[in-house]
Design a protein around this ligand. Sequence first.
Ligand code: AVJ
Length: 343
Amino acid sequence: MLLCEYQRQSLFAEVDPAFRQDVLKGLSVSPRAIPARWLYDGRGSELFEAITALPEYYPTRTERSILSHAASEIAASIGPRRAIVEFGSGSATKTRILLSEANAAAYVPIDISGEFLRESVVALSRAFPDLPIFPVEGDFTGTLALPEAIGGMPKLGFFPGSTVGNLLVPDAVDLLRAMAATLGAGSMLLIGIDRIKDADILLPAYDDAQGVTAAFNLNLLHRINRELVGSVPVDAFNHLVRWDDVEARIEMHLEAARDVHFSVDGRLFSMTKGETIHTENSLKYGTREARLLLRAGGRSPIAEWTDQNEFFSLILARVGTAPPALWERNDGGAKAPAVRLSR
Ligand code: AVJ
């Protein structure tokens, strides 16, 4: 038992106390729910990268294509010599497209995963040898101090991937406001937002034929077993995806395929067959709803780019809520804003 105790302690030494707290609380409440951010451990981040290449998962490739087509227009709209601050930079593959056109004064990638951050910084500095890069390791949902070196520079926040969709609307509004405060007066934000579309396109994007998304979801249980000395019978859980049309969101759940009993961190839990653990929300926005979200978050949309199917949008917004010049009516009537379709 001594060995067991020792193993427990050495395991626990590396565990984020917030993970333990969120899991224990999330398994105790009804309905059970664990925040989506815990899906992204090392294995989870790998699986998410694999998801982005799936035929059914349209968001990543669509956003990349919009960005490629719009890069020079975006560069013209933001103007030269901004410091680009990316929230949740991950592997930063889309960033290259932006950086190659933007004439940026500096690049500040922010990510919780220090390892991912270091790797992507090494790769990016090779590709852009003249660009000053100031990585920040941290959680962008909290308050963050930007590096002093970019203090005087005008800023562009870059928040791609429809990551904002993981948050419920009030939390998304708070986050946008916190980002506006971090970036400061005169800053702009370029944000990727996934659109509402038919459930027969949405559902397979989160429940792919190869089962990669299922593995991504189930990895949370493996992580719990590994890091929190759990005995969750992972085989007894199914990946479940549903589209909630009222909330306009995809939900991922882990569903008990039979009655299960297990322990986590010495605490016992029982779930009956069919009961679920809610593991992720992915909110989708209509065109006008996305603009409204930005306004609630203290931003004014200036321009917007989408793909031919209108599956995804990239919106450029400035700080403040007064109507900006490019958005203004130009013929005295109610006129659609600067929306460009790109293939
Ligand atoms: C990283 C939050 C944008 O919601 O589409 C992909 C995460 N989950 N497949 C999304 C995810 C399952 C993804 N985001």
